[in-house]
Design a protein around this ligand. Structure first.
Ligand SMILES: NC(=O)C1=CN([C@@H]2O[C@H](COP(=O)(O)OP(=O)(O)OC[C@H]3O[C@@H](n4cnc5c(N)ncnc54)[C@H](O)[C@@H]3O)[C@@H](O)[C@H]2O)C=CC1
Ligand SMILES: O=C(O)[C@@H]1CCC=N1
Length: 265
């Protein structure tokens, strides 16, 4: 199956890199972008070649998805797949722009797809055959781990997984910036903090080890340093409330985007 990614920005490029890393042949995948520097391979060839089925991945900003899909709709053949990774663009909008014979899905990846460590939510329109669902999820599993979800859950999935890496990076930035208060110079602070995070994430990913809560307990000696630090971090339940607000606000924005798209789509 050929893969054509439309939009070669942060996400489109990350997906391209992930699929190439996973062994997708270079002549079976292409990126099209208005900016020629962001294009890869020959999207025109893959889009027009009727000999093989194709998946078109819409990786443009939400407000451009409908017009981009409209412009490419006539190049889609029965059994071809369209997946939109745009936050807030509904399946009904996508379905309304292509023929009934084209399979339509939403995918919500995160940037870690570039390293095949992505988390990808997939919502597929009703009536799609089990074989096609398997086909689609197997393509996305090459980018990390995919989860089939109902479309009603995708705004929440976006808030947690799509945006998630940014929350982590923000925390890393705060840790690194605050090293200055502990007399650790910035030129090594970034490396120290990065290595701490990489090590902790590797422990979390190791299925022979317990989950986050037990791992935290293992670090935390009674009346020790971690306990003192965590006491401050968790004071008055503020952190938990901040995280809750963060997720709710991100989900709310995804919902707002759906409404904008609904009116224009
Ligand atoms: N950046 C992320 O971590 C994630 C992004 N997404 C979704 O991915 C989509 C793209 O986001 P980013 O990559 O961050 O944005 P971006 O701004 O980095 O990339 C968008 C690209 O689309 C191109 N483009 C615009 N109109 C086009 C057209 N008519 N034909 C071809 N290319 C066109 C632009 O030139 C740009 O390179 C958004 O809808 C976003 O909701 C989803 C999950 C995570
Ligand atoms: O910030 C955004 O809207 C996109 C969707 C999830 C991550 N980036």
């Amino acid at each position: 199956m050929g893969i054509v990614i439309i939009g070669g920005g942060a996400m489109g490029r990350a997906m391209y890199d992930g699929w190439i890393n996973a062994g997708v042949p270079e002549n079976s995948i292409a990126v099209a972008d208005l900016n020629a520097d962001l294009c890869c391979g020959s999207a025109d060839f893959l889009l027009r070649d009727t000999g093989q089925s194709k998946m078109v991945v819409l990786a443009v900003k939400p407000q451009y998805v409908a017009s981009v899909l409209e412009a490419h709709a006539q190049l889609l053949n029965p059994g071809d797949i369209v997946t939109s990774v745009a936050a807030g663009v509904r399946l009904t909008t996508l379905n309304g722009l292509v023929s009934d014979t084209v399979v339509v899905a939403r995918a919500m990846p995160n940037l870690a797809v570039a390293l095949n460590s992505g988390t990808i939510g997939i919502a597929i329109a009703n009536g799609v055959s089990e074989a096609m669902v398997q086909n689609l999820t197997s393509v996305y599993d090459k980018l990390g781990k995919s989860f089939c979800i109902d479309e009603q859950q995708i705004d929440s999935f976006t808030a947690i997984a799509g945006s998630g890496p940014a929350y982590f990076f923000q925390f890393v930035e705060h840790l690194a910036a605050n090293c200055a208060h502990l007399d650790i110079h910035q030129d090594i602070a970034d490396s120290i903090v990065t290595q701490v995070m990489v090590g902790a994430a590797a422990m979390l990913a190791d299925t022979d080890l317990p989950g986050a809560s037990e791992l935290r307990n293992r670090v935390t000696s009674q009346e020790g340093t971690t306990e003192a630090g965590l006491k401050s971090l968790e004071a008055n339940g503020v952190l938990s409330q901040l995280v809750k607000n963060c997720l709710i606000d991100a989900r709310e924005r995804a919902r707002e985007l759906s409404e904008i798209e609904y009116r224009h789509g």
